[in-house]
Design a protein around this ligand. Structure first.
Ligand SMILES: *Cc1c(COP(=O)(O)O)cnc(C)c1O
Length: 383
């Protein structure tokens, strides 16, 4: 009998382990030299013309980015219903209200036409989510935002590395972009995230607010006349800083990022070829010249499939293959549905995608034999 094949496993190599051990031996566990180096290396990876602020999760990073954009009570933030709840909960942290929009049925990303219709005088920010690592239609979204003087904060939890029309996500004309290094993502630090921005005032605010609202310049002994022990609290900030142990993982993972991405791409291509004749909609690939991070591999069962999505996942599970669903749309979640009186009829594309969607395991620790096992199971059930 085959052993259990998990849905996701982080790819931690010897270099990552040694870097963490080095941190443990160094006596510096929390935010320190490695966090600084990781921020610099991350900004360099994105071409160097941005600030990177390391935090303890993408959720924290999204919260900080919205706070730095001035989001507060009475403001509206437009985002997709087809995402993880973290995208929207940070809007509520600030007392603002999410306005959920439907997706493009092809890409699963927010539909720019729905975004345009959702704009009101209260709209402060648009939050696109690059689902699975496929970029949103950023030209259209940035154009809508620009026309109304609205800011854009990208939830790029899935999009490392992804390019949109040849440019890496994180380098576009949005106000901030937030990446996740959660254990299942394409670069892992266990828990962690990065806020990237080209706006020095947003970067400065995020740096202050990630650590208790302490203004670092006030105690930076190289730039200040004040003694080293002195600091000033300028706001009731948060405890969102990244540890050097996490940054140690991030430094080594970043060095392997392109190699890891290439492995994901090859695996996605193998799925595409092996499943092409089945009654499933394969994931959209995006522009042929663009990079897709392939964080997730989401298929959608068509009406011609011999069973529904729930039974398909159950029967894959019987074969000990880990599966998941991305995503249960937020308008279906009890809190969001009741808080905002949401009606599924307003989200037909997300409803249809949710009914059909099943995520197959795709991660670099899977062997070719593991992937063959998944393919054989899917073909046996849906062929
Ligand atoms: C994982 C994820 C997040 C949150 O990331 P954390 O680092 O776990 O806080 C946010 N948005 C999306 C779309 C995600 O998948």
């Amino acid at each position: 009998m085959d052993s259990h094949l998990p849905f996701a496993v982080p790819d931690i190599g010897e270099a990552e382990i040694e870097e963490v051990v080095d941190s443990l031996r160094s006596g510096w566990l929390t935010t320190g030299p490695k966090t600084r180096r990781f921020e610099q290396a991350f900004a360099s990876f994105l071409g160097g013309e941005c600030s990177a602020v390391a935090v303890n999760s993408a959720t924290s990073g999204l919260h900080l980015a919205l706070e730095a954009c001035g989001v507060g009570p009475g403001d509206e933030v437009i985002t997709s219903t087809y995402t993880f709840t973290a995208t929207a909960e940070v809007i509520r942290y600030l007392g603002a209200d999410p306005v959920f929009v439907d997706i493009d049925p092809n890409t699963l990303n927010m539909d720019p036409e729905c975004v345009a219709r959702a704009i009101t005088p209260q709209t402060k920010v648009i939050m696109p989510v690059h689902i699975a690592g496929l970029p949103c239609e950023m030209d259209a979204i940035l154009q809508i935002a620009g026309a109304h003087g609205i800011k854009v904060v990208e939830d790029a939890a899935h999009a490392l590395p992804t390019t949109y029309r040849g440019r890496l996500i994180g380098t576009l004309a949005s106000d901030a972009t937030v990446f996740s290094f959660y254990a299942t993502k394409t670069l892992v630090t266990g828990e962690g995230g990065m806020v990237v921005t080209r706006d020095p005032s947003i970067a400065a605010r995020c740096r202050v607010m990630r650590l208790h609202g302490i203004d670092r310049d006030a105690f930076d002994r190289y730039t200040s006349e004040r003694p080293a022990w002195y600091y000033e609290v300028i706001a009731p900030g948060f405890k969102y800083n990244m540890t050097d142990i996490a940054a140690a993982l991030g430094l080594q993972q970043l060095r392997r990022l392109n190699e890891l991405r290439e492995r994901r791409r090859a695996m996605a291509q193998r799925y595409n070829e092996a499943l092409a004749d089945l009654p499933v909609l394969l994931p959209p690939a995006g522009g042929s010249a663009d990079l897709h991070a392939w964080h997730l591999y989401i298929v959608r069962l068509t009406d011609a499939a011999p069973m529904g999505r729930d039974e398909f996942i159950e029967r894959m599970s019987e074969r000990k293959i880990g599966m998941s669903v991305h995503f249960i749309p937020l308008h279906r979640q009890p809190y969001w549905r009741s808080q905002y009186g949401l009606d599924p009829a307003h989200f037909p594309a997300a409803e249809d995608a949710y009914r059909r969607a099943a995520s197959l395991p795709l991660y670099t620790r899977m062997t070719d034999a593991d992937q063959r096992r998944v393919i054989e199971a899917v073909r046996e059930l849906l062929g």
